[in-house]
Design a protein around this ligand. Structure first.
Ligand SMILES: Cc1cc2nc3c(=O)[nH]c(=O)nc-3n(C[C@H](O)[C@H](O)[C@H](O)COP(=O)(O)OP(=O)(O)OC[C@H]3O[C@@H](n4cnc5c(N)ncnc54)[C@H](O)[C@@H]3O)c2cc1C
Length: 449
């Protein structure tokens, strides 16, 4: 049986190891960080995430969806917070049973790693940082570090891990991808950053671990060029994320003192401030993350190396799909390996052909959704459009599907969902325009008869 060396045991790495373990492959999974079960998830990534249909489906194939969803909090729609503190709830779908799920990153990471470790042919090695990959021999060079190694280079040891193939599941700043960039002629690579960064803040639980805002919603404070969102946690708290310009007259760069921070929050999010007792401390202490979109091609080298998840296609988080797409990658790669068991290069090529257009489409959708969330959700027109979407979905079942529904509550490939939404928009808004013209002509005829 072939042996795979996996680099990165984040969300997709653990899941992919479980898929490969189930097929009977030998798997060595190397992760630069310590075991997340030792409670040391390094900050800088979101504490909680929205899990939806695609991700759930991938978890179901390994029978771990129920375990993950047991600790999830359903979010049935967006709760929009105006500057005045007025609230508007917009359900995600016409069907009230359709919801997305707020889940903790650390717990999910632990579940996928443990599901991989159920297979005796899967071995997980923490504290191993990949520094290079020799593509032709499918060999990863790794720096093994002891607990104290972070402060002493003397505690590090270089080791080499070889397999039939190396799979880079090592996130947006993938070392495996960097090796491919260095060594593959004409490797296409593009990274683009939004002018916005993000910072996580907290709304703690209320009395008796109660939620201080509506629990079953994703809260949004849309403020045109920036926004704050909040997702509920099982302990009664909410994790808020402020997405804000790095630079500019009012931005992370210009908001330095406690007074600046307090003034900004009191002006923009007055209803949230009383619920955020640790606001100043959180704002000063928590890192400001950047928001990157990464596109590259190809995602594989011969039958030796392939990229999965953010390593292949990091997207900005505004559709809540990065992890869901990474999980879908694992499922598709598993299917391709099963389809071509004797020809791994063909399996990798098929996986790339099936996933690349969808990853590209998702990258565009995610950026478009930032504009929708931070600006359009605040408008009456947007709310009217959502109602029209839901009306058409109910009136034309199976024929009309809103884009959000296709992306979040179906497994229609992202590229197809985007194309179908464009077609639907043309028909619906074209028909509305024709109706409006007919109405105007009729009224004008009646008036001037
Ligand atoms: C603010 C924010 C909010 C988000 N919200 C959502 C959401 O609601 N829903 C959603 O679906 N997605 C969301 N995402 C996206 C999601 O976090 C990613 O798409 C997902 O984590 C990708 O999984 P991955 O396994 O590919 O990468 P990662 O989760 O980044 O895992 C990569 C792993 O590789 C390890 N690693 C890195 N380099 C090396 C190395 N050199 N050697 C060894 N190990 C290495 C890392 O330590 C890490 O454990 C969000 C992202 C952000 C930033």
């Amino acid at each position: 049986m072939s042996k795979f060396v996996l680099i990165g045991s984040g969300l997709a790495g653990g899941l992919l190891a479980a898929y490969l373990g189930r097929r009977g492959y030998e798997v060595d999974l190397f992760e630069r960080r310590a075991d997340p079960r030792e409670g040391n998830m390094v900050g800088g990534r979101s504490i909680n995430l929205a899990l939806s249909t695609r991700g759930i489906h991938a978890l179901e194939q390994l029978s771990i969806a129920d375990e993950v969803l047991r600790n999830a909090i359903p979010m049935r729609g967006r709760m929009i917070h105006d500057r005045s503190g007025e609230l508007h709830f917009a359900p995600y779908d016409v069907d009230p049973n359709k919801h997305i799920n707020s889940i903790g990153r650390a717990a999910l990471n632990t579940t996928v790693i443990e599901s991989a470790q159920r297979y005796p042919n899967v071995r997980v090695h923490f504290n191993h940082k990949c520094t290079d990959v020799d593509l032709d021999s499918a060999t990863a060079q790794l720096l093994e570090s002891g607990v104290e190694a972070a402060v002493s280079a003397a505690n590090e040891r270089v080791i080499h891990a070889s397999g039939d193939a190396v799979l880079g599941v090592d996130g947006a700043f993938s070392a495996v991808r960097q090796s491919m960039q260095r060594k593959i002629d004409n490797f296409e690579y593009d990274e683009s950053y939004l002018p916005h960064g993000y910072k996580e803040l907290t709304i703690p639980p209320g009395p008796n671990a109660s939620w201080q805002m509506e629990k079953n919603a994703l809260h949004i404070w849309p403020r045109k060029s920036f926004m704050m969102i909040a997702l509920p946690n099982p302990d009664g708290s909410f994790t808020c994320t402020l997405f804000w310009e790095f630079e500019g007259p009012r931005s992370f760069a210009t908001t330095k003192t406690d007074d600046d921070v307090r003034r900004f929050f009191e002006e923009e999010f007055p209803d949230a401030v009383p619920l955020m007792p640790t606001l100043l401390e959180d704002f000063k202490t928590n890192p400001t993350g950047s928001l990157v979109t990464i596109r590259c091609a190809p995602w594989f080298y011969k039958d030796k190396v392939a990229l999965v998840g953010d390593a292949a296609h990091a997207v900005v988080p505004f559709y809540g799909q990065g992890m869901n797409a990474a999980f879908e990658d694992c499922l598709v790669l598993d299917q391709c390996l099963a389809q071509f068991p004797q020809d791994r290069q063909r399996a990798f090529a098929e996986y790339f052909v099936r996933r690349k257009p969808n990853a590209d489409a998702l990258a565009d959708l995610a950026i478009e959704n930032f504009v929708e969330m931070r600006d359009k959700t605040a408008s009456r027109t947007f709310r009217a459009k959502k109602k029209l979407d839901h009306f058409l979905e109910a009136a034309l079942p199976g024929i009309y599907l809103p884009l959000y529904t296709m992306v979040t509550f179906s497994r229609i490939p992202y590229a197809e969902a985007a194309r179908r939404a464009r077609r639907q928009n043309k028909i619906v808004y074209g028909s509305l325009a024709v109706l409006a013209i007919i109405l105007i002509i009729t009224m004008a005829t009646l008036l001037f008869r």
